[in-house]
Structures are given as C-alpha cells and as structure tokens.
Ligand binder design. Structure first.
Ligand SMILES: Cc1cc2nc3c(=O)[nH]c(=O)nc-3n(C[C@H](O)[C@H](O)[C@H](O)COP(=O)(O)OP(=O)(O)OC[C@H]3O[C@@H](n4cnc5c(N)ncnc54)[C@H](O)[C@@H]3O)c2cc1C
Length: 402
C-alpha cells in the first residue's frame, strides 16, 4: 500500500448518490479497510433502495405499496459507522480545494470523492420544450415516480407508453394486468430492437399482444393536444392515427448525470470517463455505476452499462482502489427482466454479433438465444431457462479468456 493510500484511509470519503453503486461502495470501502469518515449524500428522501421492483412487483396492483425495499437496513449504517444524509443535493465540486457544495449553501470537504450519480430518464423533445410538464406524463426512475404512476392505474383508463425497451415492456405488463387499455409505441421496427435478436422480440410481442397490449412499431408521436388543465389528452401518431389517452409513460432510455463531473473539469465521454480502477481524470475522484464510461476488461472496449450487477462490481472495484488492495478480474455483465410469468436473463453484451443460435425452443416458451462473433460465444438471452443462463455464463468466460 502506498503512503498516499495509508493517509487517505483515515480521511473523509464522500459518496455522492444513494443508489446501488453509492450504497455498495460505502459498505465495501468500510469492509476493505477505510477507517475514516464515510458520508453518503443522496438527493432522494429514502435510504438507498432496490430499483428493479419499481417497474415490476411494486407496479402490481395486488402488491402492497410499502416502504421501499432498502439495500441495507438502517441499523447497518450505524453499525458500520456510515453517515447517510438524505435530501442532500450536491450542486458543485471544487476539485482543487477538495470541497463540494450542497443544497445551494452548505459546503463539505473530502479526501476522496466518489460520484455514483446514476442517470435520469431521457425526455421526448415535444415534452421537454413545454413550459410546464403535464401531470399525466410519467417517467420511471425513482420510488416517487413509481408511486405517482401507480396511483393513475385504474380499470378502463388508457395508458400510452412510448418506448418498448425493458422498462416500457415491464410497465405494459403491469398496466394491462390492472385492466387498462395499453398502447405501446416503438420507433424501431420491433420491441427490444437495440438489445436482442428478432426471435426474442417476437416472443415478447406475442406475449404482450396475447394480453391485449396494442403494439405499434415503426411509429412515433407526431403531435400532442392538451386539455384545459394542461394534461395531454390526445396523441397523434406518425401512422396517421389519433388516440385519446389518460396517461403517458416515456421510457426512451437514460441520460447519465455528467453535469457535476463536467463542471469540475473531469473527462467526459459516453458518461464520466474512468480507468480500470474507477478513477476519473482527477485521481482523488472516482465514479461508478450507470453514470460511467469505463473500459470493460472483459470485452476489452469502452462501455456504459445500466444494471445492478454492474453497479455492484464497480463499487467493489472502487473500494479496492480506495484502500490499496489488488483489483479482481472483471466479471461478465448480466441483467434480468420479468414480464407476466416470464423471466428473461441476459448474460454478456451481444453488440457486434454476426451469428445467433436458438436452443431448446421446442415448447416455444423456454428457450435461449446464443450470440456469437467470429464463432465465439459473447452473450446469451435465456427466456425461462435458468440452465442456459448458467451454462452460457460459464462458456462466455471460457471463450473470452481462451
Ligand atoms: C424502473 C427500473 C427498473 C430496473 N430494472 C432492472 C433490472 O431488472 N435489472 C437490473 O440489473 N437493473 C435494473 N435497473 C437498472 C438498475 O437499477 C441501475 O443500473 C442501478 O440502480 C444503477 O445504480 P446507480 O447507483 O449507478 O444509479 P442510480 O440507481 O440511478 O442512483 C443514483 C442516485 O444518485 C442520486 N443523485 C444524482 N445526482 C445527485 C446529486 N447531484 N446529489 C445527490 N444525489 C444525487 C440519484 O437521485 C439516485 O438516488 C432498473 C432501473 C429502473 C429505473
């Protein structure tokens, strides 16, 4: 361990962001030997919680909308001497003085800073340009978003969802089960077009259509009309149709929160640029999770990944960097989605595949798609097929490290 690291271990570690990456890095740093203060600042009102249930279990009308499922129970923060400050929004970093400003007028110094600021839902230009955001336009990123959306679910209402990625599809599944008419708009020619092979898209299109979700692919919004209360009441689509809607959900991707890092002079790419140790261009500042553009040691290219497993892996790597240990080998990325009774598990990154193989599709509901590049397995989508996921994970590691 360097003397620089020994000094820092007893210093003040400040983490900005109370999501998975922020909570995990605080606890992992304590376990790895950080003896000084650890302060986690979050602009949300709740202790760090699991985000995946927001578009799954918590949207089901038969589920009790209780307090969020915390990532770590309150007693654990006290036990590990980690200070969690909620409703604390960081609005500036002075990297030279090693201080940050919070809630406009408070300042806090740090020895090491970790940015775990995640991202925000991308806006539709037609909505972003409005002076006041209509109250029936929703996005789904936080527990508050989830509570607002869920309170609009009512039998017979019309919900239009823009974007048929994972979040759009998961919301569609919950909304149609709650008895709403669901119209799903997707600009690409098929659902999940960016992330899966056509056979997986076709499976999910079929499953949603069976339950009554109206899926309009290669279709965008042309125009919105508003009622006297400022709410969107009609949507004109690019295929010439017009729909009366009660609510609109926008699920068109995530914009990484790079503004703080950018203002502090850190290097920015497709997110905050970090090296293999999760250090930004300022060695005292690390960044991790959804907001970073990092070099995947596993795929040997720069990527930005939005998943729980990725946030946890980054947090553990950053904790090792902060405490001077040896970095672990990179893990193969993975992700999951649940829609109706179906479980989709994805391992690896399929971008750049030149061949696919479908396995085990005899019954049509339990199958897997293997993605290959130059004859090597790079990713697997497993639909209701835990064994294909596990074996895919093992074989991807073997082929990539071969
Ligand atoms: C609805 C939904 C469903 C998902 N489902 C899955 C799934 O099934 N599987 C999966 O692997 N992943 C899923 N994800 C993605 C996964 O939740 C994220 O990849 C993961 O939470 C990333 O964690 P993070 O800590 O990097 O960012 P975030 O969870 O976004 O946390 C960032 C935190 O920082 C706070 N913050 C931002 N700026 C500031 C500031 N200036 N000051 C203070 N605080 C700030 C934010 O409010 C937030 O609390 C889902 C995400 C959503 C939104």
């Amino acid at each position: 361990m360097t003397s620089e690291n020994q000094t820092a271990l007893g210093g003040r570690l400040v983490v900005v962001g109370g999501g998975t990456a922020g909570a995990e890095v605080a606890f992992a740093s304590r376990s790895a030997g950080w003896t000084g203060e650890i302060i986690v600042l979050s602009d949300e009102a709740y202790a760090p919680y699991h985000r995946p249930p927001l578009s799954k279990d918590l949207l089901k009308m038969d589920a009790v909308f209780a307090d969020p499922d915390p990532l770590k129970g309150a007693p654990l923060y006290a036990k590990k001497n980690i200070e969690l400050r909620l409703d604390s929004r960081v609005d500036g970093i002075d990297a030279t003085a090693r201080t940050l400003s919070m809630n406009a007028n408070h300042s806090l110094s740090y020895d090491r800073l970790v940015l775990a600021v995640g991202g925000r839902a991308r806006q539709l230009p037609l909505i972003a340009q409005l002076e006041t955001r209509p109250t029936n336009v929703h996005e789904l990123r936080t527990l508050d978003d989830c509570a607002r959306l869920r309170s609009c679910f009512q039998t017979g209402r019309v919900l239009m969802i823009v974007g048929a990625g994972y979040i759009g599809l998961e919301v569609a599944a919950a909304a149609v089960k709650a008895g709403q008419r669901v119209i799903l708009l997707e600009a690409a020619p098929r659902v999940l077009a960016r992330v899966t092979a056509p056979v997986v898209s076709q499976f999910f299109e079929r499953e949603h259509a069976k339950r009554g979700v109206e899926i309009l692919t290669s279709t965008t919004i042309d125009n919105l009309s508003f009622g006297a209360d400022g709410r969107v009441d009609r949507v004109a689509t690019s295929d010439g149709a017009e729909y009366q809607v009660d609510n609109l959900v926008v699920g068109v991707g995530l914009e990484p929160n790079i503004e703080l890092a950018n203002d502090a002079g850190l290097e920015i790419g497709n997110g905050i640029v970090v090296d293999d140790s999760m250090r930004t261009s300022d060695p005292n500042i690390l960044a991790l999770g959804d907001c970073v553009d990092f070099h995947s040691g596993f795929y040997d290219r720069r990527v930005r990944i939005e998943s729980v497993a990725n946030a946890v892996e980054h947090a553990r790597r950053a904790a090792i960097t902060l405490t001077g240990g040896d970095p672990k080998p990179w893990q193969v990325p993975w992700f999951w989605s649940n829609q109706y009774e179906h479980s989709l598990k994805i391992v690896g990154l399929s971008t750049g595949y030149d061949e696919t193989r479908v396995i085990d599709d005899s019954a049509g509901t339990s199958f897997a798609v293997e993605y290959l590049r130059d004859g090597r397995l790079i990713a697997v989508d497993a639909i209701n097929h835990a064994a294909a996921f596990q074996s895919g994970k093992r074989r991807i590691v073997e082929t990539i490290h071969a």
